[in-house]
Ligand binder design. Structure first.
Ligand code: SAM
Length: 245
């Protein structure tokens, strides 16, 4: 997106102006202050450096490392039978690891990230020759149309001021009927805190649903890390999305 284009204003779920103001104060201002190419290189450096190294530790502290497997259970996002699977913004390989565990042994697994250091961390961690890594941007995917049966994009689109260019790319590379596990930071207090640590934005659930549908995808069903997460509606937006048949 060029820096002159207008970024759609987020739909806020919070009606209370004091709560909204508090969340806004907590959220990172990096995306607002920089133009899109400055922000993109800032994020690349952020993950190339110490922040990227720390994702492994923060994953353990927040429970995300342990919980990652929950969303790949057969009754949740089932990758069995999928012959081509993509991990978009794979980071240090947390979700690739789950895909490797659950996917058919002959499935082709592709993973990309903006940060080459993150790709290196993933390949060192996973030590698998079943994954094909490439450095790429969410908004320009180096894969043919209708190539993937399934894809995962975990906690990445919050690094885009406007998610629609990426969502259109997801719709393009998924085969008709193919599915996407989309995870993103929600506009809650916990989300605002994540935003300040990772310099990302947050999404209101209805807002991201609108974008997904606008890009021709189906907002299929919400998933949760656990029943506790489901009961309290916590853990961020985790949604199964589909490309129509
Ligand atoms: C919070 S980490 C999530 C990593 C991984 N998906 C996980 O859940 O463990 C965000 C990742 O998105 C990558 N990223 C940020 N903006 C990106 C973009 N425009 N294109 C591709 N990757 C991007 C970062 O380099 C980083 O590795």
């Amino acid at each position: 997106m060029n820096s002159q284009q207008t970024v759609p204003s987020p739909v806020s779920a919070t009606k209370n102006p004091i709560t909204s103001a508090l969340k806004k104060a907590l959220e990172s201002g990096q995306m607002r202050r920089k133009n899109s190419s400055e922000y993109r290189s800032f994020i690349k450096h952020h993950y190339d450096g110490i922040a990227g190294k720390l994702t492994r530790v923060t994953g353990i502290l927040t429970g995300h490392a342990l919980l990652a497997g929950q969303v790949f259970k057969p009754e949740a996002f089932d990758v069995r039978g999928c012959k081509r699977i993509l991990d978009a913004g794979c980071g240090d390989g947390r979700y690739c690891r789950e895909i490797l565990r659950r996917a058919d042994p002959d499935a082709f697994i592709a993973a990309f990230d903006l940060s080459q250091s993150m790709l290196l961390r993933a390949s060192r961690r996973l030590k698998s020759d079943r994954i094909s890594y490439v450095s790429a941007d969410l908004t320009r995917l180096p894969y043919p149309d209708q190539f993937f049966d399934a894809m995962v994009c975990g906690w990445v689109i919050e690094h885009l001021p406007d998610p629609r260019p990426a969502l259109r790319e997801f719709a393009r590379v998924l085969r008709p009927g193919g599915k996407l596990l989309l995870m993103t930071t929600e506009d809650t207090f916990a989300g605002a805190l994540c935003s300040s640590l990772w310099h990302c934005r947050t999404y209101n659930r209805r807002e991201i649903q609108g974008y997904v549908e606008e890009c021709g995808l189906i907002w299929q069903r919400p998933l949760y890390f656990s029943n506790l997460h489901r009961m309290f509606r916590i853990g961020g937006v985790i949604q199964e999305v589909r490309r129509p048949e």
